[in-house]
Write a new protein. Structure first.
Length: 295
């Protein structure tokens, strides 16, 4: 009987481990903070790592190889007692079918990042209550990562996750912290989730889906077809540009994809890229050097 209980415990533990959605690397960079006692930042890094990687964020069970690779880099620029200010960089990627390549999906820098933290305080997430800005920001981006990842596999598949991120935003809007409200400027968490869930930008999510599932994922089977589909997805983004040249989501996409797009069209089977290059130069002139690499 004792041996049976041991086996059941092992199986149960295995299910819990495999259930986790994220394989997330957490880095807290406090090089700009003077002083020799940096233990609090090590504790903070470990606490966030445990919070993100051991919490179940969905009701789905992920196998180890299905967990989403991502990175959170917290750069602390100011400290005043238990108050911290800086920025946070969020990156995620997903594997491409039949290859060892990891495609960058989300790459975003949030400059509106400040929080209070006391060493060893527990990080607890309550989706119906604002607990702390640190927990809210991290949780917001976890659901954003889950949303973007799901959108690459199923058309609008990330809506439920983006909605959870939006709910976190609503709970945090009365906190007094920057980044959660419409009047906090452009390039904020508010702008990001508002645009993603807006029907105005439905073409953006269509393009994300086509680019990955119908483009990159068929690259190993039919490179020409994959390139054509990727080019078509960028045409969809150009349609957004035509009506909203300064659309924030276009920059979000190109921050993640510019290097990859240039690489895809720089070798292999040749497709007509004249219109593609023209569209890319209009959508993202800042990446002109990369577009010049396209043949």
């Amino acid at each position: 009987m004792h041996k049976i209980l041991q086996i059941l415990l092992i199986l149960f533990t295995s299910v819990l481990v495999n259930a986790q959605e994220l394989n997330c690397s957490i880095t807290v960079n406090a090089d700009k903070i003077p002083g020799s006692n940096k233990q609090i930042f090590t504790t903070l890094e470990n606490s966030i790592n445990e919070f993100v990687n051991q919490k179940r964020w969905t009701n789905l069970n992920y196998k180890p190889q299905e967990r989403i690779d991502c990175n959170f880099t917290l750069t602390i620029l100011e400290q005043n007692g238990s108050e911290f200010k800086g920025h946070i960089q969020i990156q995620s990627s997903r594997p491409i079918y039949n290859s060892s390549y990891l495609s960058p999906v989300f790459n975003f820098k949030d400059d509106n990042f400040s929080f209070q933290y006391t060493e060893f305080e527990p990080l607890q997430f309550n989706e119906n209550t604002f607990e702390s800005n640190l927990v809210s920001v991290i949780s917001f981006y976890v659901y954003t990562i889950l949303g973007f990842d799901a959108d690459t596999f199923v058309l609008d598949g990330g809506t439920s996750y983006f909605t959870k991120a939006q709910n976190i935003l609503v709970q945090a809007q009365q906190s007094g912290y920057a980044g959660w409200n419409q009047n906090d400027g452009t390039g904020t968490r508010f702008t990001l989730i508002d645009n993603i869930l807006s029907p105005t930008y439905s073409l953006f999510r269509n393009s994300v889906y086509d680019y990955h599932l119908k483009g990159l994922d068929v690259m190993s089977e039919d490179t020409m077809k994959a390139k054509q589909k990727i080019a078509e997805s960028i045409t969809g983004l150009k349609s957004i540009f035509d009506s909203r040249p300064n659309a924030f989501l276009l920059r979000v996409f190109m921050d993640s994809k510019a290097t990859e797009i240039a690489s895809v069209f720089s070798d292999g089977p040749i497709v007509d890229t004249s219109k593609l290059k023209e569209d890319l130069l209009k959508i993202s002139p800042v990446n002109a050097a990369k577009w010049n690499e396209i043949e």
